[in-house]
Design a protein around this ligand. Structure first.
Ligand code: ADP
Ligand code: MG
Length: 247
């Protein structure tokens, strides 16, 4: 857990502040007025049933989609509606549920290509550190297409690190991966959060959520229906209804 002083940051200073964002696709309301903020070094879990708007929320924060209303601020700077590359340079970077690698390029080139959105000068050193942290040094010269699904997830995570982000959004990064890879990912999150990087993680693995998240946000039908620490959420009636069906 973080010291109270870190949690008490005003929303102006917060690395990430999302204020009343909404997104509609035709008649579907994917995100319906969501507000949240996350402090430096904080790990916030975002959980909720399929279709509850979690991935869309990430797209709004990372610039893949523009919100219909509401705002996104990064350390006080309004980045609402900025294109993805510009938001990435400003410091928000995400992974996708399905890794979006250049599969005909080596791991090394995948990593270096991501660095153009961060500090290019330090890219080589950063790559060495990142592949060591993620335990993929032995495959840097392999094509991304030669890797296992779990290793591809590590490279996707590594590409995010190469952008030198202040805020990392992880979308189901441990889904379907081998327990060893899950452990590497957990260790990397711990290591990076200690350097002050803020995380939002969409995660279905409740053991992982319990282990890594300082607090949780539960979404259902585009809205936040509960917020709190793991135990509070586990006992929350709204959460049980969201997962088990409405009366
Ligand atoms: P989650 O990640 O929680 O499973 P999503 O954010 O992917 O949820 O989806 C929320 C809702 O928005 C779903 O009903 C989904 O079908 C819809 N949706 C998401 N993206 C699009 C899109 N690009 N076009 C149309 N509908 C979308
Ligand atoms: Mg999703």
């Amino acid at each position: 857990m973080l010291p109270a002083s870190k949690k008490a940051e005003s929303s102006e200073q917060c690395p990430l502040t999302i204020d009343s964002v909404a997104k509609h696709f035709g008649g579907i309301t994917a995100v319906d007025g969501v507000s949240l903020s996350a402090g430096a070094g904080e790990v916030v879990g975002v959980i909720g049933p399929n279709g509850s708007g979690k991935s869309t929320l990430f797209s709004l924060a990372a610039g893949g989609q523009k919100p219909d209303s509401g705002s996104i601020r990064l350390s006080g700077v309004d980045v609402t509606g900025w294109p993805t590359w510009k938001i990435a340079r400003a410091g928000i970077s995400r992974t996708f549920q399905i890794p979006s690698l250049f599969i005909n390029m080596t791991v090394r080139d995948n990593m270096l290509a991501a660095a153009v959105e961060g500090d290019w000068q330090g890219a080589q050193d950063r790559m060495t550190r990142t592949v060591e942290m993620l335990e993929i040094s032995h495959v840097v010269d392999n094509l991304a297409s030669e890797l296992s699904g779990g290793q591809q997830k590590l490279v996707e995570f590594g590409r995010v690190c190469m952008r030198n982000p202040k805020v990392i959004l992880l979308d189901e990064v441990t889904a379907g991966v081998h327990p060893n890879i899950r452990k590497i990912i957990l260790g990397a999150i711990q290591q990076l959060r200690e350097t002050g990087i803020t995380f939002l993680v969409i995660e279905h693995d409740m053991e992982m959520v319990k282990e890594i998240c300082d607090r949780l946000i539960v979404m259902d039908q585009g809205r936040i229906v509960a917020e709190g620490d793991f135990q509070t959420i586990a006992n929350d009636i709204n959460v049980q209804q969201a997962y088990l069906g409405r009366a």
